[in-house]
Design a protein around this ligand. Structure first.
Ligand code: 5AD
Ligand code: SF4
Length: 475
C-alpha cells in the first residue's frame, strides 16, 4: 500500500495529547499487544549516558509490544534515532544519518523511521526534519513512554506523527528496560536540569529537575543485584541536586549511603555540578565501600569571569577547595572533568587560567570541547570576537595538558594490583581481555577466558599508556 503522508503543522502537533503516562500498561493494552509481532527494531543512540539509558527503556517497551532486536540494522522494520543536541557537530552527524536513511525508505516503503531525543525538542530542528526528511515518527524527550501509541498511530494513519511535549510528564517508575550489559547498568535517579549554564541547551531539551523516588531507585538496584549485576552508574544531569525538588530532607549523599547497603559491588555516578557537591556526598565516597574512587566533576573553565558569564555559580578557588577536601577524605581518588574553550570572548589570559587549574587539580582525564553556539541559550546572544583558528589552537594546547594527566593517572598504578570488572575481549590485540578498574581506568590483560566477563578480577599493572593500562591477571 502506498504511504500517504498527511503532515500536521508543528503547532497543531505539539501538545496534541498529554497522556498521563502512569496509565499506560503496554503489555495489558490490547491496542499495543501485537503491534511489533514478527518485526525487528534497531535504535541508534547518540550523545550522553542519559540517551543510552532512554534507549534501553525504549528497547524494553518495544520488546513488550512484540518487537525483537535486529542483529543487523539493515534488517529492521523500525529504526529509531535517539539524538543529541549538545553541540552543533552532534547534530551534523544526525543530519548525515537521516540523509542515508532516505535511500533505505525508498527501497523498503514499510520501514518505519523515528527520530527522538534532544533534537526534536528544538523547534527549528523539528521543522527541518518535517520539511526535508522522510521520517514517520518525531517525538521529544518527554514522550519516550508514549512510544507504542506513536507507532500505533503511524501504522494506522500512514501519516507523519509528531509529538513533542514542551512540559515534563510524570516519571514512569517501573519502565521496562532491555539493558545492553548483563553486569553494568545505568540507573536514572533524576531527569532534567535547573542550572541554566548560559551555553547549554540541556535545560531546554530535558526540562526541569525531577527526582525519582528513593524507594524506586533502591528497589531497582536491589533487583539488579538479584540478577547478578555488579555495577550501577547513577544518572542525572546534576545528580548532586538529587531530592531537592522532592522537598524531603534526603540528599544525594543519603542515597549513596542507602544504595551501599543493597549489596551492589560498584556504584558510580555522573554528572556532578561542583556547586552542589556537598560534604555528605564526599563522606559517602569515603565511607561506602561500593562507591568507586572516581569523580567526574566538570569545571568548564578556570577563569572566574568566564565562570560567572557561564552562570556556573562557583569560582576557581571554590572548585579547588572542593577538590582538595575530597582528596583529603579519599586520598587515592581519580578526578576527571569537562572543559570548554573559546566561550564568547575568552581571552588568552583567561584561557591560561584554565590551564593553571588543570595543573592544580591534577585531572586524570577530560572531555574537551570548543564552545558551540546553541540557538535559544543566553550565550548565543553574546558577541564572540575570538577567531575559530585561535579556539582550535587553544583546544590543542589544552589537549596536550589533559593527555599528560591521562598518562600520569595510569602511571601511578604501575606495579599495583587493581580490581577490574571484565567487560569482554579487548580490541587491543589478540588474546587480550579488558575492563575498568575501580578508578575507572581501562585495563587490558592477557586472557582468552570469556567466562571472566562480568567478574571482578585482580590485575597487576605492568604498562601505562595514555588511554589505557596493561597488566597481568593475578590471584
Ligand atoms: N558548547 C560546547 N560544549 C558544551 N557542553 C555543553 N554545552 C556546550 C556547548 N554549547 C559541554 C560541557 C558539558 C558537556 C556535557 O558538554 O562541557 O559538561
Ligand atoms: Fe548543561 Fe549546566 Fe545543566 Fe550541565 S549543569 S546540563 S552544563 S545547564
Amino acid at each position: 500500500m502506498k504511504n500517504v503522508k498527511a503532515m500536521p503543522s508543528l503547532k497543531e502537533a505539539k501538545l496534541r495529547r498529554n497522556l498521563d503516562i502512569e496509565t499506560i500498561h503496554y503489555k495489558m493494552n490490547n491496542k499495543y499487544q501485537n503491534l511489533g509481532k514478527g518485526k525487528l527494531y534497531y535504535i541508534y543512540t547518540y550523545g550522553c549516558q542519559g540517551n543510552e539509558a532512554d534507549s534501553e527503556v525504549m528497547a524494553g517497551i518495544l520488546e513488550e509490544i512484540g518487537y525483537k532486536l535486529a542483529d543487523n540494522p539493515l534488517d529492521a522494520d523500525l529504526v529509531l534515532l535517539n539524538t543529541c543536541a549538545i553541540r552543533e557537530n552532534a547534530e551534523q552527524r544526525i543530519w548525515g544519518v537521516l540523509g542515508q536513511l532516505k535511500g533505505r525508505k525508498r527501497d523498503n516503503p514499510d520501514l518505519l523511521v523515528g527520530i527522538c531525543g534532544c533534537m526534536p525538542q528544538e523547534e527549528s530542528a523539528t521543522e527541518k526534519i518535517i520539511n526535508s526528511y522522510d521520517v514517520d515518527i518525531i517525538f521529544g524527550t518527554h514522550n519516550r513512554d508514549h512510544l507504542p501509541d506513536l507507532i500505533y498511530e503511524a501504522y494506522m494513519t500512514k501519516a507523519k506523527v509528531v509529538e513533542v511535549l514542551s512540559n515534563e510528564g510524570n516519571i514512569l517508575e517501573d519502565a521496562p528496560k532491555h539493558r545492553a550489559s548483563t553486569h553494568k547498568a545505568w540507573v536514572n535517579i533524576m531527569y532534567g536540569c535547573d542550572e541554566f549554564c548560559t551555553y547549554c541547551i540541556v535545560p531546554y531539551t530535558r526540562g526541569r529537575e525531577r527526582s525519582r523516588s528513593k524507594d524506586a531507585i533502591i528497589e531497582e538496584v536491589k533487583d539488579l543485584v538479584a540478577h547478578g549485576y555488579k555495577e550501577v552508574t547513577l544518572l542525572g544531569q546534576n545528580v548532586n541536586a538529587y531530592g531537592k525538588d522532592l522537598g524531603l530532607d534526603y540528599t544525594f549523599g543519603d542515597l549513596l549511603y542507602d544504595l551501599d547497603k543493597t549489596g551492589i559491588e560498584r556504584i558510580r555516578y555522573t554528572t556532578s555540578h561542583p556547586r552542589d557537591l556537598d560534604l555528605k556526598t564526599m563522606e559517602a565516597m569515603r565511607d561506602c565501600k561500593s562507591v568507586m574512587p572516581h569523580l567526574h566533576l566538570p569545571v568548564q573553565s578556570g577563569d572566574n569571569d568566564i565562570l560567572k558569564i557561564m552562570n556556573r555559580k562557583y569560582t576557581h578557588e571554590v572548585y579547588m577547595e572542593k577538590i582538595n577536601k575530597l582528596r583529603e577524605l579519599v586520598p587515592d581518588i581519580s578526578i576527571t572533568t569537562d572543559i570548554i574553550v573559546g566561550f564568547p570572548n575568552e581571552t588568552e589570559e583567561q584561557f591560561l587560567h584554565t590551564l593553571d587549574l588543570c595543573h592544580e587539580a591534577g585531572f586524570e582525564g577530560a572531555f574537551t570541547f570548543i564552545y558551540s553556539k546553541r540557538e535559544g541559550t543566553p550565550a548565543a546572544r553574546m558577541i564572540d570576537n575570538t577567531p575559530e583558528e585561535e579556539k582550535k589552537e587553544r583546544l590543542n594546547r589544552l589537549i596536550e595538558v589533559t593527555n599528560e594527566g591521562y598518562l600520569k593517572g595510569h602511571e601511578r598504578f604501575l606495579g599495583r594490583v587493581v580490581k577490574v570488572l571484565v567487560d569482554g575481549e579487548s580490541k587491543n590485540g589478540e588474546g587480550m581481555m579488558c575492563g575498568y578498574s575501580e578508578h575507572n581506568k581501562l585495563t587490558h590483560f592477557k586472557s582468552t577466558d570469556t567466562s571472566l566477563v562480568g567478574k571482578i578480577v585482580n590485575v597487576k599493572v605492568t604498562e601505562a599508556k595514555t588511554w589505557f593500562m596493561i597488566g597481568e591477571l593475578c590471584e
